[in-house]
Design a protein around this ligand. Structure first.
Ligand code: NDP
Length: 322
């Protein structure tokens, strides 16, 4: 079964491997496969699910809500987000204004078929709205019980500090940040992680497999395998394009002997690597088919020793973004 970790210093326990549905549900994969993935995740012991109002222009929340229907609500943790434009893209259909946050959570709850989410996250920082207004709206959402906890996503260390200060004054706390983090993308290590640790916040990290690149299935100089994100014309291909360089793909292949020696597959090595960071509350994995989840959950509880961590750094060399 998948191990639990606390979400930052909050009392909420989340599965350290959490299933997210960006680019898959309501888009790349059919509803039946999406439902099978959610049910497989539950069978494997994953109880925490991440989505966003903007994923597949609100369809991803609907698919997740339907797939979870009939599951005991208190037995799962549902995360969603607010910020990016949705549906009609009207003047107030995006950002972190009071109007968009309060209307946004209503729409998310309806689509998810629930009366509360466990975590509502500010998907990005909104320079155009006073932070006081945003934090007051989040405080009201928490008081209404529509979200139990509030987190942020891709905020800088300075934005996190300013947000936490206001949240504390208003009687609630930011519990998490959701940044990109993987063996290849380590930019949070310098400032975001130390600041979050100091302020009692955990990282819920996205694309721990660099969108599948760290699975090792993309080989330099060769066509991507059929059905993979790199071939998906509905948006996936564009999103993964930044990683699809021979230099990166060659370096990734040099991780294979390290994974073999550890008795892990490459996806498991990638997920285990992010979970070595004690400030990580959860690795937020994607999956386009149930078999991927069956493989990926086996990274839970794996410890990589210092020699392995050093070997990974040496293998990747300069392709790591810091
Ligand atoms: P990953 O790095 O885990 O990539 C997942 C993709 O990799 C899968 O959809 C699948 O794609 C491929 N894959 C997964 N397992 C395997 C395997 N065992 N073998 C081979 N290929 C595999 O994460 P995502 O990029 O999907 O992001 C995860 C979640 O993070 C999202 O769903 C979302 O919840 C969150 N997120 C948040 C963002 C934010 O701004 N806050 C931004 C982006 C994501 P395929 O089969 O199609 O090749």
């Amino acid at each position: 079964m998948v191990a639990y970790r606390h979400l930052g210093s909050s009392g909420l326990r989340v599965t350290e491997i959490t299933y997210g549905n960006w680019l898959t549900h309501g888009s790349q994969v059919e509803a039946d496969t999406a439902t099978q993935c959610v049910h497989t995740a539950l069978d494997l012991g994953i109880t925490t699910f991440d989505t966003a109002d903007t994923y597949a222009n609100t369809k991803a929340e609907e698919v997740l809500g339907k797939a979870l229907a009939g599951t005991r609500r208190d037995g799962v943790e549902i995360f969603t987000k607010v910020y990016f434009p949705i549906q009609d893209k009207g003047a107030n259909d995006s950002g972190l204004s009071r109007k968009h946050i309060l209307r946004g959570i209503e729409g998310s709850l309806k689509r998810l078929g629930t009366d509360y989410v466990d975590l509502l996250q500010a998907h990005r920082y909104d320079d155009a709205t006073p932070l006081e207004e945003t934090m007051q709206a989040f405080a009201d959402v928490v008081r209404s019980g529509k979200a139990l906890y509030i987190g942020v996503s891709e905020w800088t260390a300075e934005q996190i500090r300013a947000g936490q200060e206001l949240a504390t004054q208003m009687g609630f706390r930011l519990v998490s940040n959701q940044p990109q983090y993987s063996m290849l993308w380590r930019v949070i290590e310098d400032k975001v992680v130390p600041t979050s640790e100091e302020l009692g916040m955990g990282q819920v990290v996205w694309s721990p497999m660099a969108e599948g690149v760290l699975s090792g299935k993309y080989l330099p100089g060769q066509q991507p395998p059929a059905g993979s994100r790199a071939t998906d014309e509905r948006g996936g291909k564009d999103m993964i394009a930044g990683w699809m360089r021979d230099e990166v793909l060659t370096a990734v292949q040099s991780l294979r002997p390290i994974a073999d020696e550890a008795g892990l597959t490459m996806p498991q090595l990638a997920i285990a690597w992010v979970l070595q960071n004690p400030n990580v509350s959860a690795a937020l994995v994607g999956a386009s088919r149930p078999q991927q989840l069956e493989e990926n959950v086996k990274a839970s509880g794996v410890r990589l020793d210092a020699d392995m961590m050093a070997a990974i750094d040496q293998a990747l060399g300069d392709v790591v973004e810091r």
